[in-house]
Design a protein around this ligand. Structure first.
Ligand code: TXA
Ligand code: MG
Length: 323
């Protein structure tokens, strides 16, 4: 069913309207510091089910529940001592913790895909903070894109995929981090990085020295159910670690660009990884649409160093390149 998607501004009236829609079981996309989320009342089974429908998600991948405060999050899941230290260090911010559900967890079972764990996060974006406080309930939110596509970092990106499929989007401008949150599983005997993201492994290990690194490319053992290899896919094929551009190839550059490309987008001319992370998804979308219009056959991607945020950037690039 198609509905007109409201564009809301992030003032008091816009936030109040978005909160009322969420409390009424509607879907509302909202900005976080990582990417835009597709929000639903996490306590409402039907609202959570509607997320999967709007995104065309083939299966019930577990969703992250979002809260205004750590205290609210830890009302639904059981924090370990390490969880409390990580929350202290990185919340509000781009970190998601997977923890055991409490017996009286308010989050619908469907949001956790029936698992005994629940992923929780306290986002830092001021609009997300105000919205979550106004809703007063956990808000389930995957990235606000059609399943398998590049995550949205602007309200316009959200509308490109979901216009007419959701009640509203709050326009809070471009996301500052630009990559999804880091997902850490704290439900087992050893803390496990499930998804590289906005908080680096190096930073996590300052608080949690035993943190196991992501085995992202081990397709045989995906420990995070939503982590399939093919993801974030532009239509044009990507060629990674390019040192030259072929005729008819667009270029995703990092640092001083390889000359001669018909179309080029530089993630960061000065080679800054935070700038590159913030511009990655917008750059992929732009090269994909402009490149197709110009008849390009693919996108050559220059190498990006793997340290710090480069780990998450390389993770997303390899998924985008995988066919
Ligand atoms: O930055 C973000 O995390 C954004 C914003 C909106 O918060 N959200 C996001 O959600 O990226 P989504 O659904 O696209 O990715 C959630 C990731 C998936 O890889 C999923 O498998 C994993 O978290 N996940 C969620 N619940 C889990 C659980 N109980 N156990 C293991 N992995 C879980
Ligand atoms: Mg996603």
């Amino acid at each position: 069913m198609s509905v007109a998607t409201l564009r809301l501004v992030p003032d008091a009236a816009g936030i109040a309207q978005a909160a009322a829609l969420l409390r009424a079981g509607q879907l509302v996309a909202f900005p976080t510091e990582t990417v835009y989320g597709l929000g639903a009342d996490a306590t409402d089974e039907a609202a959570v089910a509607a997320i999967y429908g709007a995104k065309n998600r083939p299966s019930f991948n577990p969703l992250i529940a979002h809260y205004a405060t750590a205290a609210a999050a830890f009302g639904d899941v059981e924090p370990s001592a390490l969880a409390e230290r990580l929350a202290e260090a990185f919340w509000p911010g781009p970190l998601t913790l997977v923890l055991p559900r409490r017996p009286l967890c308010t989050v619908a079972r469907l949001a956790g895909a029936g698992l005994d764990t629940q992923a929780v996060r306290v986002p830092a974006h001021p609009v997300a903070q105000r919205l979550l406080a106004a809703v007063g309930r956990a808000v389930a939110a995957p990235s606000a894109n059609l399943s398998g596509r590049v995550s949205p970092t602007t309200a316009q990106h959200v509308l490109e995929g979901l216009d007419g499929r959701i009640a509203a989007v709050i326009d809070g401008g471009a996301c500052a981090v630009g990559l999804e949150s880091t997902v850490v599983d704290l439900s087992g005997s050893r803390p496990n990085l499930l998804r590289a993201g906005g908080v680096t492994l190096e930073a996590l290990r300052e608080v949690a020295p035993a943190m196991a690194a992501a085995e992202d490319h081990d397709a045989a053992a995906p420990r995070s159910p939503g982590q399939s290899l093919s993801h974030y896919s532009p239509d044009l094929p990507l060629r990674l670690n390019a040192t030259e551009v072929a005729e008819n190839e667009a270029l995703l550059a990092f640092g001083p660009a390889i000359p001669g490309a018909v179309l080029s987008f530089n993630l960061s001319e000065v080679g800054n990884l935070a700038e590159a992370a913030a511009r990655l998804f917008a750059g992929l979308r732009w090269l994909d649409s402009q490149g197709r219009a110009l008849g390009c056959r693919g996108i050559a991607v220059m190498p990006v160093p793997r340290e710090g945020l480069g780990a998450a950037i390389n993770d997303r690039l390899s998924r985008a390149a995988h066919r």
